[in-house]
Design a protein around this ligand. Structure first.
Ligand code: 2OP
Length: 233
């Protein structure tokens, strides 16, 4: 889609983990308990997402902090890691100290300065997300942080995406949802949001029956499509 025809949204809402923040950075803290920190991180994240979907389907909600903790226990047991309480605390705390991807700060700065109304929509809890946004100095950009806690279900359940219309007083397709997670592209598009996929790794789209309206390599590319190239102004 070309920059000249893309825009006019009433709000731009971002997924958190994997989109604004780099979950792969957990490798560093996972290296304190595993010889293969990349595989450990990968299993922890995969189990976290699996448990969120399964608990939503079963209607057995617990919050995302508990899910993350359960996924860590499973991953540790599978890898024969005996987690001491201090290590466990460090691993869990790392979710509140994930780094934002390199271009995120500048991209949000441009969108905010252009008067765009911005939000976050995440499966995480406020207890996880508020310190994470503060840690990265990003909280000032967001008008709203929507979480799964309100509806006691997790993305890609439609009820989570529906949260955004109320605060932005807009129809679903007037809000642009930005995500790097394949399940989230399909979930948001099925719920009726306009969707931008961030494909940093150049991976194929999950075949879940829904296509994004736009795909970009990173948030700076999205900013250029929405606002024009800020460097050429
Ligand atoms: C989120 O932030 C789980 O990455 C997903 O909602």
């Amino acid at each position: 889609m070309s920059g000249s025809t893309f825009g006019g949204f009433q709000g731009i809402v971002f997924d958190a983990y994997g989109t604004l923040f780099d979950v792969a950075a957990l490798d560093r803290v996972c290296a304190t308990v595993s010889d293969d920190p990349t595989a450990f991180t990968h299993m922890w994240r995969a189990k976290q997402l699996e448990y969120a979907v399964l608990r939503t389907v079963m209607d057995r909600y617990v919050d995302f902090g508990q899910i993350t903790s359960d996924a860590l226990d499973y991953t540790a047991t599978c890898n024969r890691v005996d987690l001491e309480p201090i290590r466990r605390g460090e691993l869990m705390r790392a979710w509140q100290e994930l780094p934002a991807f390199m271009e995120v700060h500048l991209a949000l700065d441009h969108l905010h300065a252009a008067g765009q109304r911005l939000g976050v929509l995440s499966n995480g809890t406020r207890q996880m997300l508020d310190p994470l946004l503060r840690h990265n100095g990003l909280q000032e950009y967001f008008l709203a942080v929507f979480t799964s806690e309100r509806v006691q279900a997790f993305k890609p359940h439609i009820s989570v995406y529906m949260l955004v219309t109320e605060r932005f007083h807009a129809r679903m397709n007037e809000i642009l949802f930005v995500t790097a997670n394949g399940f989230d592209v399909a979930g948001a598009k099925s719920a009726g949001l306009s969707v931008c996929r961030v494909n940093r790794a150049g991976t194929p789209l999950d075949p879940l029956g829904a296509e994004p309206d736009l795909t970009v390599r990173d948030l700076q590319e999205l900013v250029k499509l929405l606002l024009g190239d800020p460097d050429s102004a």
